[in-house]
Design a binder for this molecule. Sequence first.
Ligand SMILES: C[S@@+](CC[C@H](N)C(=O)[O-])C[C@H]1O[C@@H](n2cnc3c(N)ncnc32)[C@H](O)[C@@H]1O
Length: 270
Amino acid sequence: MRQPLGERVRDSVRLRTLDAKDRLSGRADRLVPPRRLDFVGHSDFVATGDEFLGHFIEHGGLQPHHAVLDIGCGIGRMARPLSGYLDADGAYEGFDVNREGIGWCRRRYARHKSFHFQVADLYNRRYNPLGPFKAIDYRFPFEDERFDFAIMTSVLTHLLEDEAEHYISEAARVLKPGGRAFTTFFLLEAESRALIGSGRSGLDFLEPEAHVSVLSDDVPEEAVAYDEGWVYERVGTHGLRVLEPIHPGTWSGRDEGASFQDIVVLEKAP
Ligand SMILES: C[S@@+](CC[C@H](N)C(=O)[O-])C[C@H]1O[C@@H](n2cnc3c(N)ncnc32)[C@H](O)[C@@H]1O
């Protein structure tokens, strides 16, 4: 699904022009990547990060002294607001398959001594098509029970079924007892299934009745939706439980939602 060359050149020129304007107008912020490097979504980088910090606190119970793991941290969209929130006892570790994003974060967060970023060179057809290693074999590079809070924002929505389950089990392993995993999903349940294909959802998953469904057979990792019951069942087998309520998002065409994707907070047994 690579864009045609002409379109890519036009996009690149447009983004570089906007970056130059940002620099001139003084809008450039050290922890906000230039637009040409921002590969994590079409939403506003700062507004989305700030929005999620609010969700982490309100729905996830994040506290300033927490040790945080950001799984699939991209180019620091969640790290930026966390850098102003975590206190001297707090700490942040992020990893991602995107080498450029991690390299940029390492340089920009060099002064933030409790913030660390690392590359996991894993295959993902959408985000790292040349990655030599498999996500299902990846052991997160941290000891058991190290973290209070694990973040997977817009990550399980890009992992295939075995990978998603493996990441849930790894998140459970590295969380302290009572620790929480803040996740987002495209959840398939009665209401979202009814809306898919109705013209109201921007994301018309191909087989919404199945327990896992993708938008594109060519690049399945573009977007993956999971049955809500699958999530309850799978997280339970790894020692996590869904903290109710789930916070539905607007992706399916619902009029109101806490965010765009569905927010699901998981808790490890204390
Ligand atoms: C939509 S972006 C979200 C990034 C970040 N979580 C955020 O909210 O800004 C999806 C991210 O998942 C990363 N990713 C894809 N497969 C991965 C994997 N197996 N392990 C870790 N990160 C992965 C991509 O490189 C990309 O940064």
